[in-house]
Design a binder for this molecule. Structure first.
Ligand code: NAD
Length: 267
């Protein structure tokens, strides 16, 4: 779907990929309802795109809170009059710990934000999208949603569930005007570690950090994928390569990731 003149809801629009997605959509002539847990940061996303004033509106909501998400369509429709697309991008990672050492409170938060947050947003907006002449849903999973990452097992489980939820939804919406994409980013340079409440010093010596793609480049790839109605959007050579390797040899792909993660996990 061409994004020109369309109204998109972007969750997690206050930082990283979500902020860049908002700017990319605005520069292509779309309108953006930016949603974030942090009202100040999502406001800043709009201020940083002041040349597109009037095309952006900020909304504060925690996507893991069903009632807050269910209140969003009315607010967005009151402002823009319609909604043509949603990009479920808000997400958090878990502390780099083995499952055995991970508290239930953290597990619940990771599942609630990454999986249920996306589910709530889809269910809140889908009835509106189905009334549009064309519409799009893009859900941001992760390379960690198809290849196991030790120390991020529950994050990966949430992103794998999100992947299958998206693919199931795509199959169910076949024959409607709503197209669906699942997005698999590899490493992207953002503040997700700090924004997820983790100690950034734990990752200070991570060698792969320098290879991370800029968030603006990731956003361009995602928006181009939406414009092509791509069912699967891989962001970065690492994600595309891992997808091939995992299909060729799941155990080989798992070993390659595990060897990179060893330094991050306590012995
Ligand atoms: P980020 O931390 O820079 O941005 C995420 C935004 O989501 C933040 O503004 C945060 O406030 C918001 N957010 C978090 N919890 C929320 C909630 N409950 N309700 C509403 N907003 C909430 O992170 P990012 O790297 O830009 O991540 C964007 C997406 O990309 C996430 O889904 C993440 O899992 C995925 N991803 C990122 C990478 C990477 O390397 N950065 C890799 C694979 C997948």
């Amino acid at each position: 779907m061409r994004v020109l003149d369309k109204v998109f809801v972007v969750t997690g629009a206050g930082s990283g990929i979500g902020r860049e997605l908002s700017h990319c959509l605005l520069s292509r002539g779309a309108h953006v309802a930016g949603v974030d847990l942090d009202p100040t940061s999502v406001q800043t996303t709009g201020e940083l795109a002041s040349q597109h004033a009037g095309q952006f509106a900020a909304f504060a909501a925690d996507v893991s809170q069903r009632a807050a998400v269910e209140a969003l369509p009315e607010q967005v429709l009151a402002h823009f009059g319609r909604v043509d697309g949603i990009i479920n991008n808000a997400g958090i990672i878990q502390p780099f710990r083995r499952l055995n050492d991970l508290e239930y409170s953290i597990i619940e938060r990771v599942l609630n934000v990454n999986l249920f947050g996306t589910l709530f947003t889809i269910k809140a907006f889908l009835p509106h999208l189905l009334r549009r002449p064309e519409a799009h849903i893009a859900n941001v999973s992760s390379m960690g949603g198809f290849v196991p990452v030790p120390g991020q097992t529950m994050y990966g489980a949430a992103k794998a569930a999100l992947k299958l939820m998206t693919e199931g939804l795509a199959a169910e919406l076949d024959g409607t005007k709503v197209r669906v994409s699942v997005v698999f980013p590899g490493a992207v340079a953002t503040n997700i570690v700090a924004n997820s409440g983790l100690d950034v010093r734990q990752l200070a010596n991570r060698s792969s950090g320098s290879k991370a793609m800029p968030a603006s480049a990731a956003a361009e790839i995602i928006v181009r994928g939406i414009e092509r109605d791509a069912a699967r959007i891989f962001v970065g050579k690492d994600a595309a390569f891992m997808d091939k390797l995992y299909r060729l040899s799941p155990s080989c792909a798992a070993r390659a990731i595990a060897s990179r993660m060893r330094a991050l996990l306590p012995a």
